[in-house]
Design a protein around this ligand. Structure first.
Ligand code: ADP
Ligand code: MG
Length: 395
């Protein structure tokens, strides 16, 4: 099946030296002016390699951090150019700007197989504003467009939705892998389908919980969002994070009977490495304490439900896994997901980081590279960036 009927690299009208604008999710973590984790760059290499084998020239575009619509040296793509050069084994020059007369001659003079990296897309206010003029200037740098930025495809930003309207276009290899895999969660045939959701906020994830409840056999809730559910059940939650505005919604979700909320909780008075912790019943969180992880009884129950899943989605850590006293619940869930014989998907930046931190990423069928994008895709079954490819100019 062609997922959502997206155009493929093979559909591009390529000749020697055809210039391809490749949008990549290059929003990598930096440390001391260097790329600290190059996963987002390496996952795009198959697409770049394929284009190079086909003698295309590449104009690569991405964003880094949140510069405020104007050039800001601390968000320059220079470190990314350096790492790309190393990985591709060829010099990748950095353009002096994103678009315009200073960049066009560079793009025009690329030899077949050569690569140019544009400056940070968000140096231009037109990127996040989806300004048609900016999109036109971007498209002017190339003959074709490839979206290899699944993780940014939920945003109607100029570089995602603009060029594919006017240039022959395709989805990259990684984008196809994401869409194909996540599509299995849209109309699932494998039963039981279990979703494990955690992380910081219910408000971020209400839409996806709602959508999942239509398709899942059960939704297991941990992380900070569990406390809004506990509040909806009428329990006191001490100083735990809650979203009072969401209590009504959570009550509605609980009424479906498919949501499982923790029965015990790890509490502490502060989020510190040497915190004094207690395990208490979810109905008995003491005043002045906050819940920071699911308790062992809950972790055990969740792990056994995960073990029986034929299809499993995990998004959002079960606790503040970054701090040692609160890591156990997330680790137990990660181990259960790794051991699950069903098809397993982890989506979400922090949950993916947790799985990698535990060395379990290889034992999960798919660790999505798109945090917000994967959740939106699961919720809506489509994304603005994918729709743009589908409806855009045909090769
Ligand atoms: P993801 O990126 O996997 O979608 P989120 O961004 O929604 O996950 O949430 C991750 C964050 O939630 C982590 O930084 C974690 O520390 C925090 N978190 C999890 N449980 C709690 C809790 N009980 N109290 C406060 N923060 C929590
Ligand atoms: Mg996150």
């Amino acid at each position: 099946m062609v997922p959502l009927d997206l155009p493929r690299l093979e559909d591009l009208p390529l000749a020697r030296g055809t210039r391809v604008l490749v949008r990549i999710d290059l929003n990598v973590p930096l440390k001391d002016g260097k790329v600290a984790d190059d996963l987002r760059i390496t996952t795009a290499l198959p697409t770049l390699g394929w284009l190079r084998e086909h003698h295309a020239s590449m104009v690569i575009a991405g964003h880094l951090g949140r510069p405020k619509g104007k050039p800001d040296p601390q968000y320059s793509m220079a470190p990314v150019a350096g790492r790309l050069s190393e990985l591709l084994g060829t010099e990748v020059p950095l353009a002096p700007a994103v678009v315009g007369p200073k960049v066009e001659p560079f793009a025009a003079s690329l030899a077949p197989g050569q690569v140019l990296l544009l400056e940070n897309l968000r140096f231009e206010p037109g990127e996040t504003a989806d300004d048609p003029g900016f999109a036109t200037n971007l498209a002017a740098l190339a003959d074709c467009y490839v979206n290899e930025a699944f993780g940014a495809s939920h945003r109607s930003h100029a570089s995602i939705v603009g060029p594919p309207c006017v240039l022959p276009n395709a989805g990259g290899r990684l984008l196809f892998r994401e869409v194909t895999t996540l599509s299995r969660l849209l109309e699932p045939h494998e039963r039981p389908f279990v979703a494990v959701l955690g992380g910081a906020k219910v408000s971020d994830k209400l839409g996806v919980i709602d959508a999942l409840l239509q398709r899942c056999d059960s939704v297991l809730v941990g992380g900070a969002m569990m406390f809004t559910f506990l509040l909806a059940q009428g329990y006191d939650v001490g100083n735990s994070l809650v979203e009072p505005d969401m209590v009504e919604d959570c009550r509605g979700l609980l009424e479906t009977g498919c949501v499982r909320v923790p029965t015990d909780v790890v509490v502490a008075q502060a989020i510190v490495d040497d915190a004094e912790t207690r395990v208490v019943a979810a109905s008995a969180i003491p005043d002045g304490w906050k819940g920071l992880d699911i308790g062992p009884e809950t972790a055990h129950a969740f792990a056994s439900e995960i073990g029986g899943a034929a299809l499993l989605l995990w998004n959002g850590p079960m606790g503040v896994f970054e701090v040692a006293p609160f890591v156990a619940g997330t680790r137990r869930v990660a181990e259960a997901v790794a051991a699950c014989p069903g098809f397993t998907v982890v989506g979400g930046g922090d949950s993916a980081a947790a799985v990698r931190q535990f060395g379990l990423a290889d034992r999960v069928d798919h660790v999505s590279t798109g945090g917000g994008a994967s959740l939106e895709f699961i919720e809506h079954g489509d994304l603005p960036g994918l729709a743009a490819l589908r409806e855009g100019k045909k090769g």
